[in-house]
Write a protein of this length. Sequence first.
Length: 174
Amino acid sequence: MKSNNTTARKHVRRTALIAGVVAAVALPLGLTASAQASAPAPAKVSAVAPRSVSGTPGQAMTRVADFYGAYIDAKGDYEDPDGTLATVLRNHYLTPDFARRLAAWEEENGVDGVLRAQNVPARWTVTDNGAVGNGHEVIVTLTFGSGGTTQKIKLFVLLERYDHIVDISTASSS
């Protein structure tokens, strides 16, 4: 009787394994076919490759891109801007000394010191500008507006060697 139970269990396990493999192969194919069948045909085929964003922990350019992306998202939600998140991001990315200097600059100029503007940019790019003294400089180009009416602001963001922002300026530190 014992050998029949073992044989039956082996048969059940084998059947379950085969069913699992079939499901693993067939399910994605079925979902793809079903999604393709229900999706409208694209109006125009593009030869442009998909976009990607990558980064490396500890890399100055990645750190500045992360900060500006999150900061702009927090400030740019016109329905419900998240001032608390913007403050937390400043506390995390800026040195305390620079945060105090930036707050004084904002008080004097009446605009957001991180963006150097009252509103939020429509686009931004981040470009490595290399080592400067004991730090690293990254260029952030903010584009405000759209269509034919755009304005660009180029900011030079200086990071200390421990990857905290120590200055944001409209002129290079190098």
